[in-house]
Write a new protein. Structure first.
Length: 137
């Protein structure tokens, strides 16, 4: 039985090497996408500028835009009534004063949440709490 397993493993390894070689011989470089053709470095604000302001909020987008970023990256979720909202996590617990899955809350419920509630640069103060920062829709 051991001899059979060794031979089977060797056969699989040889097959993998042959396939790798075949693909390597037939591959060719792909032309770069025009978006990247200039060669310039792009500054992308992940989650709209996470760490500078409450992530995925208009406050973060405005701050990042003022800094001159090239791209605002954001995440979308769907509410229970089918509306799209800008939110990274499946649940609202980590970034807002609410609880639950975004797809179990209506758009009206999501709009009532304080999206700046948990944001803190130092872990002690919460400068956006109660300032009207909401989940963008």
């Amino acid at each position: 039985m051991r001899l059979f397993l060794k031979r089977a493993l060797l056969a699989l390894l040889l097959l993998a090497l042959v396939l790798y070689g075949a693909f390597a011989l037939t591959s060719h470089p792909v032309e770069p996408h025009p978006y990247f053709a200039s060669g310039d470095v792009l500054v992308i604000a992940h989650r709209g500028g996470k760490g500078l302001a409450p992530e995925n909020t208009l406050a973060a987008f405005a701050h990042s835009a003022a800094l001159g970023v090239d791209v605002l990256e954001m995440d979308l979720r769907q509410s229970s009534d089918g509306a799209l909202v800008v939110l990274h996590d499946r649940r609202v617990d980590r970034t807002t004063n609410g609880q639950g899955a975004a797809d179990s809350l209506s758009l009206a419920q999501l709009k009532q949440l304080d999206a700046g509630y948990r944001f803190s640069l130092d872990g002690q103060t919460f400068p956006y709490r109660g300032q009207g920062v909401s989940i963008p829709t």
